[in-house]
Write a protein that binds this ligand. Structure first.
Ligand code: SF4
Length: 296
């Protein structure tokens, strides 16, 4: 089957790194103005931080939707944020939701933006789960790491509002940046605030080097250049075209996150780390199975 815009989610070509359940994904925009220093998608898409709309997107969705079985998970989105500021003006994500919510699908939103609360009415109409990404609660640091994204405080408020409306929320603590956001204090604060706001599951990963993202990071944190080079280029390992920090480091940090999550009584998963033994088995790694439990 040739899908035009709603495609099977398989970014690593059936690689064993991804433990997600089978799902479809659609990116409302090409590119993303959150301009995160660590962004991976910018390595593949030209002029990535200058987002633009896609031609005939809604028309193509209507065609693709006929071939998507009921009960499927629809991820919005994996290579951009569906709630960039442009969305306020042109409502593409809202229009997409309108096409999906009254059918029997599970909608999985992944965003850093509190603009998602605008669409609570639609999200409540179907089965939906919202992943909110937070990497730090330090406002100044977040402005450097994710300069175009809403503040962490607004994201915490979004978790509260979504949860108050009985929408399940996943915290994506992702990626954790060595030397920058991997302190015990940061890990504890992010988990504490997000869980207290209503998050029901936590997904986490560590930063991976792509050809362009390390350049951006080092330009903002020049004193860390040597540390990153040592951790990734000397001690690290290459997996699926990305440079990972050494397994010992990743295991240590993600075990710490897991420990804090467990203290708060939630389920936990890693993402693309090859450390799936740290994942809780009663929930799918992306948390989407929470939607199934909600209805059963
Ligand atoms: S929100 Fe995601 S897609 Fe957008 S710039 Fe940040 S990491 Fe990249």
């Amino acid at each position: 089957m040739h899908y035009r815009v709603v495609k099977p989610f398989d970014p690593w070509k059936k690689g064993s790194l991804c433990t997600c359940p089978f799902k479809y994904t659609i990116n409302p925009y090409t590119g993303c103005s959150h301009s995160c220093l660590y962004c991976y998608a910018s390595a593949y898409i030209k002029d990535f931080f200058n987002p633009r709309k896609k031609d005939r997107l809604l028309e193509y969705i209507s065609k693709d939707i006929k071939y998507i079985p009921e009960g499927s998970i629809i991820n919005i989105s994996s290579s951009s944020d569906p709630y960039i500021p442009l969305e306020k003006e042109i409502n593409i994500t809202r229009n997409i939701l309108e096409k999906f919510v009254d059918r029997n699908y599970i909608i999985e939103i992944v965003t850093k933006s509190d603009l998602v609360i605008r669409d609570i009415d639609l999200l409540c109409r179907g089965r939906s789960i919202i992943s909110i990404t937070i990497t730090t609660l330090n406002e100044e640091l977040a402005k450097i790491l994710e300069p175009g994204a809403p503040s962490p405080l607004k994201r915490i408020d979004a978790i509260k509002k979504l949860s108050e409306n009985s929408l399940p929320v996943v915290l994506r603590f992702d990626p954790i940046m060595p030397f920058i956001t991997d302190s015990e204090e940061n890990i504890e604060n992010v988990i504490e605030e997000a869980v207290d706001a209503g998050a029901r599951h936590v997904v986490s990963s560590t930063y991976k080097v792509k050809w362009d993202n390390l350049e951006r990071i080092v330009s903002r944190f020049p004193s860390l250049s040597k540390n990153f080079k040592e951790l990734y280029f000397v001690q690290g390992e290459k997996i699926h075209g990305a440079l990972y920090a050494p397994k010992g480091y990743r295991e240590k940090i993600l075990s710490k996150v897991r420990e804090k999550v467990k203290i708060k009584g939630l389920t936990f998963s890693t993402c693309r780390e090859n450390l799936s033994y740290l994942n809780d088995k009663e929930v799918s790694c992306d948390g989407t199975s929470i939607c199934l439990k909600k209805l059963s």
